[in-house]
Design a protein around this ligand. Structure first.
Ligand SMILES: [Mg+2]
Length: 380
């Protein structure tokens, strides 16, 4: 089965006025993704999602002008060979770095969608998994700083009322305000809800030292990305100062960067993103590496149903699943209207992988075409 075309479809939507969530990377004003459509000579079409990298036009251009030329004509079912070729020609040599990893990720997810459709199997089964429940937390673009601690607590309670048993607060603001947020939410939701905290790389070691006693007292489940991803020394130092597990990985690319993250021993929760770190092929490798070190696999999810579905399928297939990150943003048409719902929550706060072949989605191309790229920053 030959790959006959690879096409990037960068898509955007504006966050409605009044729903702008503020977090450590800014105030969300629009959301972007780069969808990747792969066609084959047997008529099977696959869809993937490449992360936008805050510059979706550039990621799309790379796919349309360079990645496509590398892989058209290759066997669509040979995901390892395709991965290897793009990695060697565009990532390991001659640059484009993380943009190439994002582009490769979108391509690889689309090829796994094709493999599943060719076999007539859902992705989780192809990966050796089962349609088992995967515990989910309320996360994504939500629970931000733009509101008072009391309003934040009300938002948190609304997710608990929907069935979530875990949720993720955005911190990385001032230590005092972050501590007030976490304390207020803990008081509101009680001891049984797992509260996770994400600083989006905004802390200094001094900030970290100031928040940790209160975060420990509030029994938070993890502290995510206190520092920028390559501050490995800071992570090692911080890990010696707290019992809270540190989480990171959404800004680490390929198993080669995860090797360092794992071997340093500071990060106890690994969060690779299928749309960034190398697609399904690479995330399964990263999950296996983590398994050997007894580190849970908690994939970071991106904007659309494609990444959401891929993440749930993988969580249903690995032997070290952590949480599925549900994007509980009030308005996310890419989650809801792209071609099926992958993240329906059950009464125990869990999701299950879709049952259709491949990713289990039926992508609505008219919807895709109706959401063309909007240039400009997604966070301000
Ligand atoms: Mg994060």
């Amino acid at each position: 089965m030959k790959i006959t075309s690879v096409t990037a479809k960068p898509v955007s939507y504006r966050v409605p006025e009044g729903q702008n969530v503020t977090l450590g990377i800014g105030r969300a004003v629009k959301r972007d993704a780069v969808l990747v459509k792969v066609e084959t000579d047997e008529g099977i079409v696959g869809w993937g999602e490449a992360h936008h990298g805050r510059c979706p036009g550039a990621v799309a251009k790379l796919i349309d002008t360079t990645i496509r030329e590398l892989v058209v004509g290759m066997n669509a079912l040979e995901v390892v060979a395709v991965w290897q070729r793009v990695h060697k020609m565009q990532l390991a040599s001659h640059g484009m770095g993380t943009a190439a990893a994002m582009a490769l990720s979108g391509l690889d997810i689309a090829l796994w969608d094709i493999r599943g459709k060719a076999a007539g199997w859902p992705l989780y089964r192809l990966l050796g998994g089962a349609a088992r429940p995967v515990k989910a937390y309320a996360g994504g673009i939500s629970l931000g700083w733009q509101q008072s601690p009391q309003q934040l607590a009300e938002e948190a309670q609304s997710y608990v009322a929907r069935g979530y048993r875990a949720l993720k607060l955005r911190c990385g603001d001032t230590p005092a305000r972050d501590v007030a947020r976490v304390r207020t939410v803990r008081d509101a939701v009680g001891a049984d809800i797992d509260i996770l905290v994400d600083a989006n790389t905004n802390y200094s070691l001094d900030d970290f030292r100031r928040v940790v006693p209160a975060f420990e007292e509030c029994m938070i489940g993890w502290l995510e990305e206190p520092f920028t991803p390559h501050d490995y020394r800071l992570y090692r130092d911080a890990a010696t100062r707290t019992t809270i597990p540190l989480a990171a990985g959404e800004n680490h690319y390929t198993r080669f960067e995860f090797t360092r993250l794992i071997e340093d021993g500071a990060v106890r929760i690994a969060q690779p993103d299928a749309s960034k770190a190398g697609g399904v092929t690479e995330l399964m490798r990263i999950a296996a590496m983590c398994s050997a070190w007894k580190i849970p696999f908690d994939p970071h999810t991106s904007a659309t149903a494609i990444n959401i579905a891929a993440s749930i399928h993988m969580l249903a297939a690995v032997d070290n699943p952590g949480y599925f990150e549900a994007d509980v943003a009030r308005h996310n048409p890419f989650r809801d209207h792209l071609g099926g719902t992958a993240d329906r929550l059950d009464e125990n706060g869990c999701v299950r992988p879709p049952e259709g072949p491949g990713l289990g989605l039926d992508i609505d191309e008219a919807f895709v075409d109706a959401h063309p790229l909007i240039d400009g920053p997604c966070y301000v």
